[in-house]
Write a protein that binds this ligand. Sequence first.
Ligand SMILES: *Cc1c(COP(=O)(O)O)cnc(C)c1O
Length: 423
Amino acid sequence: MKELKLDSLCVQAGYSPETGESRIPPICQSTTFFYGDTQEMADCFDLKSDGYFYSRLANPTVAALEGKVAALEGGVAAIGCASGMSATTLAAFTVAGAGDNVVISQACYGGTFNLFGTTLPKLGIECRFFNPDDSAEEIEKLIDDKTKFIFCETVANPSIVVLDFDKIASICKKHELLFIVDNTLATPALCQPKKFGVNIVIHSSTKYLDGHAAALGGMIVDLGNFNFKGNPRYSSMNIPDESYHGLVYADLPVAFATKCRAQMIRDIGAIMAPMNAYITYLGCDTLALRMARHSSNAKTVAAYLSKHPKIEWVKHASLPDNKYHALAEKYLPNGQGGMMSFGIKGDVKKCATFMEALKMITQETHVADVRSCVLHPASTTHRQLSKEDLVKAGVPENLVRLSVGIENPDDIIADLEQALAKI
Ligand SMILES: *Cc1c(COP(=O)(O)O)cnc(C)c1O
């Protein structure tokens, strides 16, 4: 369905029924699948046939969503994971092991920061963080023979830094290094990283892809545009995998996703549940429509807040004076999504008073669903971070994160207005 436009793909891609079958993907709530013939089942295990045999490795409902997200990102394969965090972890394990290092933008989601800053180093994977505003030369200094990828977010959560794709892509090209991007907050409806030199896309589908705060999930999308063959950086892709009958992943048309599924998903699990895939599949139907509305609402709200006397600053790339406005015009011309952050004039207590005064907008450890919600990262998602790391991650103490929903923008502004009047 490559010829369809993105909003059509949202509705049509991923699943096409045969005569008499259900129009939307059925929920295949089964751990296992029947085979009458031993050889047929053996062929599945050998990856000679792509039949389903055990839902930890693949499941038809999850496959429908994988097909849809792969189509939206222009990828060759996708893997549905239990959560966004497991997607990032499994993608990292696919190419990196003890003794390797990875290079990460420090403007990233709190969980991602902890994964790369604490958990992966315990397993011997060194993580080298860079400031997204650093020059290409400075970032390049972090790369050596043991570097396996550079990891960034299209729109960073919650610092709302917009990724300079060209800067990172040129470094990765020069060093024949994998470029992995977490596209959660932009979604393919606003930005397709493949157009800008990215090789692997990660999603927390928990956010906009589902869009309704109903199902946890993650996605790894192999964009099929990285050549592992003969690249000494990726020896594990080029030597036979004895745990998989001597398969050499670099020889396959879909190297990364095959290794990720055959090794990482097999050994670690963390696959998406069929029910969650079903819910997320339905959510994706309206992705393009929702992202347009999230973006226009957020633009209106950002303009309103930026003029409010009780607000110190507002970060949303739609604002002409935003540091990342030019990058957003280049990479996210059709809208910048619903996530924004702002600083309240005052301390942590004032932030709390404001948030408690909100009536329609709720306090939630969530972003990117149809309902507007707020969060105070310094006391929740980022509370494990030290004061210095908070500043590093672009999350000062008075920062309020606002995820603008798809309600009527007048109602969102009216709620903010009455709550600001109380501080
Ligand atoms: C939420 C989020 C994650 C983690 O996803 P989970 O589904 O909660 O595991 C990763 N990256 C970004 C940008 C996120 O917003």
